[in-house]
Write a protein that binds this ligand. Structure first.
Ligand code: COA
Length: 169
């Protein structure tokens, strides 16, 4: 009889941390960090956003940034996005978070710059900015086999996952 192997779907792990002290900010190997709390503050990055998201995606991003619950962070270099993520303030579509809690999500680094600490450097700067602004509770989630994100999450002092959700793209 032919043996069958079933592959279990990889889990999406949810991490939560209360952070009060600033994190070490590793030197950015390229580019400059930007924290965009609003559509207006992201306007100077328009061409970098367009080169990554195209017109529909850029308009969608600006639309998101019109709400106070969405912010955008990136490292931009040479007019392009080297790495970026979205900051959700007090909400998550997939699991409950406390009012005012921060969810750092949709992280991406340009493949040519991966493994150089850009995601870690960007997220540390964003978290430190948010701590200075009064945020204390932070959430991140990632696929269980995402080694890079799990290294970063652990370095930032997030403990073991607090829950598991259905994986998503
Ligand atoms: C996951 C991702 C955002 C990481 O970005 P990055 O800028 O390469 O991350 P960093 O360089 O800051 O990585 C942090 C650490 O993980 C290490 N690392 C990066 N990629 C790795 C890999 N594939 N395997 C093992 N370690 C890895 C880095 O070397 C670094 O460790 P070091 O400081 O000891 O050298 C990037 O690979 C990516 O965009 N992937 C596709 C989208 C994705 O998975 N997004 C995350 C959704 S939660």
């Amino acid at each position: 009889m032919e043996s069958q192997t079933t592959t279990l779907p990889l889990k999406q792990l949810v991490f939560r941390a209360e952070l009060r002290s600033p994190l070490p900010e590793r030197k950015l190997s390229l580019g400059a960090f930007h924290f965009c709390p609003s559509a207006t503050s992201a306007l100077p990055l328009s061409s970098a956003l367009l080169s990554r998201f195209g017109v529909p995606g850029t308009l969608k991003m600006f639309g998101r940034l019109l709400t106070p619950s969405r912010e955008f962070i990136c490292v931009a270099a040479g007019g392009r996005l080297a790495t970026y993520a979205v900051v959700n303030v007090g909400f998550c579509r997939r699991y409950a978070v406390e009012p005012g809690a921060i969810l750092l999500c949709n992280g991406w680094t340009d493949p040519q710059y991966r493994g150089r600490g850009l995601m870690e450097g960007m997220l540390a700067r964003a978290i430190n900015h948010l701590i200075a602004r009064g945020s204390r509770i932070f959430y991140m989630d990632t696929r269980e086999n995402n080694t890079a994100m799990r290294i970063v999450i652990e370095r930032f002092g997030f403990g073991p996952p607090v829950s598991t959700i259905e994986p998503y793209d």
